[in-house]
Write a protein that binds this ligand. Structure first.
Ligand code: PLP
Length: 414
């Protein structure tokens, strides 16, 4: 008789479910599929020559540091470089209040581990980044969606959620936000809104988790000052990442925050992995020191701007007028809202997959059962020809849907 492993799992494990985006990995790997699903960097955009040069140097000159275990908090040199990068953008921070993580995803997981009790409400944007919500839920957190408009999370919605859950005896402690080129909507929170959100956080003693993997990738104008830069009360925990601005393969992210948080995270990280990849850290350090990361970011802005423009122009050209979509100033994502008389975005995705085009339907991003008629389109990975072709195919599908909906409506009316 084989073992029934379901009896072995802890109660907490029951909260861990697969991400619908991960389920797309298999799909997106099929060469015939044009995928707007995953939020991956462009395969052709990695700075291979610079990486090869730095790796060769590391192995030749600094191999011990690169190949040995490193401190749990991360290489002090890299932490210094990253704290200088943050300070340049007004987010004052020293190397001691910054810890290297295995991508910002590990920062989210460790934060959830040290801050969330089972049953705690965790305030998130509506819609929100699936990986953030999965981390909170895996420790028993219950995500509560805060409504957004084009300027970011709505202050009244945040305040209302805090009051409602406090009166139920579950005062929320955490608000998780992606303020720049939000995943999945592409929205950037305005400066005014950031001040308003900070004021509410101060009034109700909320900690803000500011997740900013996309802020450097602006294609029109620079982003507003971060919550971390505006914070005067040490209530912001900031997450950064090299995944989108350099390469995700080395899994280098960082967390900058108040001393007690960084200290506890460091203890939690010890049992998670002892330390992040030393080779990855040394590579990130050398590439940063040589100015290659900054140069790469400037290149990426141009390359992704072209892709963003291509996808928006194709949508303008091929999509029926009733379909609305965001026009992000940076990042990877466009959020699409279909008319409510269309089939659900999940059904539209099924139709798209039959024509070998993929996107992500909206439900997984929602805490409140929303997203039925929304979808996330990522322009970061496919080439410009594929963007044009894929959106054209989708446009044809959506026009057919439009026609069949109007036939139904006309038939019903007569
Ligand atoms: C908003 C957001 N946060 C965190 C991550 C995780 O990034 P990484 O762990 O590669 O740094 C992603 C990845 O797509 C993301 O979009």
């Amino acid at each position: 008789m084989s073992v029934d492993w379901s009896n072995f799992f802890s109660r907490r494990t029951k909260n861990i479910t697969g991400s619908q985006i991960r389920q797309f990995f298999a799909l997106t790997e099929k060469p015939e599929v044009i995928s707007f699903a995953g939020g991956f960097p462009g395969n052709d955009f990695f700075p291979q020559k610079e990486i090869a040069g730095s790796l060769a140097h590391l192995i030749r000159e600094d191999s011990t540091q690169a190949l040995q275990y490193s401190p749990t908090e991360g290489s002090f040199d890299l932490r210094k470089v990253l704290s200088a990068k943050m300070s340049r953008d007004g987010k004052l921070c020293n190397a001691d209040s910054l810890i290297i993580t295995d991508g910002s995803q590990q920062g989210l997981d460790l934060l959830a581990r040290i801050l969330i009790n089972s049953g705690d409400p965790v305030l998130v944007e509506e819609p929100a980044y699936i990986g953030g919500m999965s981390a909170f839920k895996s420790y028993g957190g219950i995500t509560v969606g805060i409504e957004m408009d084009d300027e970011g999370p709505l202050p009244w919605s945040l305040e209302q959620a805090v009051k409602k859950h406090s009166s139920d005896g579950k005062r929320p402690k955490l608000f998780y936000t992606v303020p720049n080129f939000h995943n999945p909507t592409g929205i950037t929170t305005s400066l005014k809104r950031r001040f308003e959100i900070l004021a509410i956080a101060s009034r109700y003693n909320l900690a803000i988790i500011e997740d900013n993997p996309y802020g450097d990738l602006f294609y029109d104008q620079d982003v507003p000052l971060s919550y971390k830069a505006l914070d005067r009360e040490d209530r912001v925990i900031y997450l950064g990442s090299y995944s989108k601005i350099l390469i995700p393969g080395i899994r280098i992210g960082w967390l900058a925050g108040p001393g007690p948080i960084v200290e506890k995270i460091s203890m939690a990280k010890q049992t998670a992995d002892l330390c992040s990849s030393s080779l990855g850290q040394q590579l990130a350090y050398r590439l940063s020191l040589e100015g290659n990361v900054d140069k790469h970011i400037i290149n990426l802005r141009r390359l992704y701007r072209d892709k963003r423009n291509a996808m928006l122009s194709a949508m303008d050209r091929y999509f029926p007028a009733g379909i609305e979509y965001s026009r992000p100033g940076g990042g990877f994502f466009i959020w699409v809202n279909f008319p409510s008389y269309y089939p659900s975005s999940r059904e539209l995705l099924e139709m798209a997959l039959q024509q070998n085009v993929a996107f992500v339907h909206g439900e997984g991003f929602s805490s409140n059962g929303g997203g039925l008629h929304s979808a996330r389109f990522s322009f970061s990975q496919p080439g410009i020809d594929d963007i044009n072709f894929g959106i054209k195919i989708l446009g044809e599908i959506f026009w057919e849907v439009e026609a069949s909906c109007s036939v139904k409506v006309a038939g019903w009316e007569s």
